[in-house]
Design a protein. Sequence first.
Length: 185
Amino acid sequence: MPSYGLIVEGIYDTPVFQTFTHRVDSPDARFFTLECGGVGNLMTRFPRLLRSLEVIDGGNPVDRALVIRDCGRRSAADVEDEMLAKINGMVFAFPRGVGVCAVKHEAEAWLLADENAISAVSGRTSGAVNGNLEDIVDPKERLIRILSRVKLDYLPSTLGSIAAHSDLEIMRYRLPAFRSFEQKI
């Protein structure tokens, strides 16, 4: 059973990325997730946090470490280059290495990809979000509005449930960043 160390911005990211990693790689994967309390803290702390993932599993390293953050308005390539530069020359004990993943704008854009997932969680029709999801400037605000309309609270558990119900083929089709994420797992 593979183990993953995820370094993410915050509590809303944990259920989303754990769920998608489970679904893409292995339903029996084990997770050690470290939340940083925002992108600034993540960028400052993640090299040290990677070191902690080398001993987090009973004194052993996780199989694969992933550092995942939002891009904001920057390009994913620029953000990932910046992240890689922070660990350039560092050697880690992870058998499957370290991956860095920049999510265009925010993870909430991913949860907007499949309206059937939101409908399945809420029991109500949510409506489609058309166009390029990765061009939505504030997908979190858009998701919160949709969740409010279908009587769901914006909670980590809600986001995890939407991720669990999302059709991965739709995700792959609508989100280049999701395809990139899959490759980094």
